[in-house]
Design a protein around this ligand. Structure first.
Ligand code: NDP
Length: 291
């Protein structure tokens, strides 16, 4: 019996695009797939996908066109020759990029008569369609509402506003927190390994400590939102006085301090500018660059 689910086209069948297309197929959507290197369509065709020979064939097959390539440059390279085929389509771009790139591509797509939704995938390919996977979307609310059900085949859908740059902003903000955390965790493992201690054994106290510290995040957020940075917990003066011990220890133990030097620099600036009595939340203000 033919599917009654709306059809979808997926452009880009790398690790992520393949997972997205497979999820649409599993949810019963007739799925047309296209990739620069056609061999990657094979496994999806075996699961029921229709291979498109050309980009225009892929776009014409469905009202909803999902794009997932390596970079926005790749997206432009693929989409610009398809400009004439996009009118009336809803384009969902799940390629990682910046808010500015999303806004620029949204304006271009609109000029071609397409509706543009930008997306930020909060999952690795293996998690797609699983309970923890979700995608941020931003762009016209009506376009999101029209395709929400289809998009829910990929996991949770979090719509974060009409500004097409907002999905990337949310995505990058969460990943910023993640990379900051990993920078510290990796430095900590490297430090214990300088004395041949086991990183595996150190993982347990490290997770417990970082998790305990993370529980203070809502308080930090409140201080940042309110601008009330005075603290009775841990002042910038105390942190700045202790921080050279980290850099010295890294050097003494034969490690590069390059991941942590920028933090020392901003602590030094905070003290120089008279914020020693404030808490770490003050740093969010100091990061602002006046243009
Ligand atoms: P892959 O390297 O597996 O796939 C890259 C895709 O981009 C392939 O389809 C490749 O085509 C295509 N591509 C690259 N350059 C061009 C070009 N010039 N013209 C046409 N197509 C091109 O990457 P992923 O699938 O893992 O990642 C895709 C996007 O998803 C990225 O933006 C990534 O940041 C994002 N993402 C990935 C996650 C992950 O865990 N993998 C998690 C969240 C987001 P070809 O096969 O022909 O080389």
């Amino acid at each position: 019996m033919p599917s009654t689910r709306p059809p979808v086209s997926v452009l880009g069948l790398g690790m992520m695009g393949t997972a997205l297309a497979a999820a649409f197929l599993r949810a019963g959507h007739p799925t047309t797939v296209w990739n620069r290197s056609p061999a990657k369509t094979g496994p999806l065709v075996a699961q029921g996908a229709t291979p498109a020979q050309t980009g225009p064939d892929a776009v014409s097959a469905s009202p909803l066109v999902v794009v997932c390539l390596m970079t926005y440059d790749n997206v432009e390279e693929v989409l610009h020759p398809l400009a004439a085929d996009l009118a009336g389509k809803t384009l969902v771009n799940l390629t990682n990029g910046t808010p500015a790139q999303a806004r620029e591509l949204a304006a271009w797509a609109e000029r071609q008569g397409a509706q543009y939704l930008d997306g930020g995938i909060m999952a690795v390919p293996q998690m797609i369609a699983g309970p923890q996977a979700y995608v941020f979307y931003s762009g016209p609310q009506a376009a999101f509402d029209a395709h929400r059900e289809t998009l829910s085949a990929l996991g949770g859908t979090k719509y974060v506003g009409t500004d097409p740059g907002f999905a990337a902003l949310h995505d990058l903000a969460l990943l910023t927190g993640m990379y900051g955390m990993f920078a510290g965790v990796i430095q900590a493992f490297a430090l214990v390994r300088t004395e041949n201690l086991s990183a595996t054994e150190f993982a347990e106290p490290l997770v417990a400590w970082v998790s305990a510290m993370l529980s203070g995040t809502p308080e930090l957020a409140k201080a940042i939102d309110s601008g009330q940075h005075l603290t009775d917990v841990s002042s910038l003066a105390v942190n700045q006085a202790a921080f050279p011990n980290f850099l010295a220890t890294f050097r003494d133990q034969g490690l590069s301090p390059e991941l942590f030097e920028p933090f020392q620099a901003i602590l030094d600036r905070a003290i120089k500018e008279g914020y020693g009595a404030d808490g770490l939340s003050r740093i969010a203000d100091l990061l602002k660059v006046t243009r």
